[in-house]
Design a protein around this ligand. Sequence first.
Ligand code: SAM
Length: 223
Amino acid sequence: MALMVERKDDNGLAEAREHMRRHDLRGRDITDPDVLRVMAQIPREEFVPPEYRPQAYKDGPLPIGGGQTISQPYIVALMTQLLRVRPGDEVLEVGTGSGYQTAILACLAQRVSTIERSPELSVAARAVLAKLGIENVEFRIGDGSRGWPEARAFSRIMITAAVPDVPPPLTAQLAGTGIMIAPVGQGAAQELIVAEKHQGKLIETSICGCRFVKLIGEYGFSE
Ligand code: SAM
């Protein structure tokens, strides 16, 4: 996919992006060449408020408004790598946020369907992806804990906010042999889990501890 934003005067952000790829991603345990390639292409600075542009490649979350955050680049890369996205995949993302993770997934998959509770964030994310020329994404506003509004099966599902347990409607929409990744836990810290569907059941593997904002909704947390 040819991205449409190329900046000549980017105040060293292209160098910072390459440093992120080499030091914060490959220098840790991100080894999937496709994930590394895409993370080196997507301009994270486009997804953060203007005052945070200079910090776009610091390896941490940043505020995006409404008490929400764009996730840490390393966590975005790790979750993408663990999801093992392939070119034919239909991906469901719950929690569009800034759209940064959406863009990464869209560069690897056939199609991404992304749902966000905040209308403002969804509209802003759609605008950034349009600016970048990323067209294989379908946006919805709503409670993603209830699944995608229409009956569909997804080969990959990524939940980008903390859930108390994997929401049953999302388990139902995961295709047979599909993979889901989610931060699961009741408290301020959660466990990142990868769940693979076998004969209708989820086999869960715990990866590491993590900290995400809460998914607010019917099968998430109350407000
Ligand atoms: N990965 C995103 C990025 O790179 O910008 C960050 C996602 S942010 C950590 C979690 C997002 O989930 C927030 O934008 C929040 O509004 C959204 N969210 C919370 N509850 C939700 C729900 N029930 N359905 C859909 N989105 C929800």
